[in-house]
Design a protein around this ligand. Structure first.
Ligand code: DX5
Ligand code: ZN
Length: 222
């Protein structure tokens, strides 16, 4: 499968979010990654459903909504109505993860579950049969532009093995610190979807950067 590049708009120019989304769409992005932070689960605050619903008019690309918020079950309906296509919640933030995943699926959306760098893969064993996507954080969530945590690579390999043992496809997404130098290894480790914030929005030419990321990723996975 070809790698999907999901630019994270956390690193985009927030005064021109619609234009930035159109620009990365033109430049070859597969999904738009939207980081929602509540100032509790992570030490940063970003945006909510109202802004997402405004941005929904800009593009038909899937909105990959990464909820870094406590009690995510309370907000699934709002994010779903705002136009999210994939809703990912953190295993560390959802007390009743199965119920939360169920709410996402009943809303007709794809359900993702995410793990912080220090959270073991054993935490998601029981929920795997119910999800569409597993998101491995390769930085501590909260900010863009951080350095990739190296121990994430063997974790991605182990996650891929778990997913390959399932009788159906669960996508593996990697988020945090991805750049042109490490995307090849991340793809080879088994990622299907790769988030890139600073690497894309910090570059001068989105098209060139996304093309280079795809080339570097796909050259390892042919
Ligand atoms: C971090 C977010 C990431 C972040 C990635 O909490 O979940 O999506 O925007 O940004 P980069 O690619 O710059 O590490
Ligand atoms: Zn994210």
């Amino acid at each position: 499968m070809k790698i999907i590049i999901a630019p994270s708009i956390l690193s985009a120019d927030s005064s021109r979010l619609s234009e930035e989304i159109s620009a990365v769409e033109k430049a070859g992005a597969g999904w738009i990654h939207i980081d929602v932070m509540d100032g509790h689960f992570v030490p940063n605050i970003t945006l909510g459903p109202a802004i997402i619903s405004t941005l929904r008019k800009t593009t038909k690309l899937p909105f990959d909504v990464h909820l870094m918020i406590e009690n995510p079950e309370r907000y699934i309906e709002s994010f779903s109505q705002a136009g999210a296509d994939i809703i990912t919640v953190h295993v560390e933030a959802a007390n009743h993860l199965h119920r939360t995943v169920d709410i996402i699926k009943k809303a007709g959306k794809k359900a993702g579950v995410s793990l912080n760098p220090a959270t073991s893969l054993t935490q998601i064993e029981e929920i795997l049969p119910d999800i569409d996507l597993l998101l491995i954080m390769s930085v501590n969530p909260g900010f863009g532009g951080q350095q990739f945590i190296k121990t994430s690579l063997p974790k991605i390999v182990r996650a891929k093995k778990m997913l390959e043992a399932l009788p159906y496809k669960v996508l593996l997404e990697v988020d945090g610190g991805v750049n042109l130098k490490n995307i090849g290894d991340i793809a080879q480790a088994g990622a299907d979807v790769i988030v890139a914030g600073a690497a894309v929005f910090g570059s001068d030419d989105y098209q060139k950067t996304i093309a280079a990321l795809k080339t570097a990723a796909n050259s390892q996975t042919a």
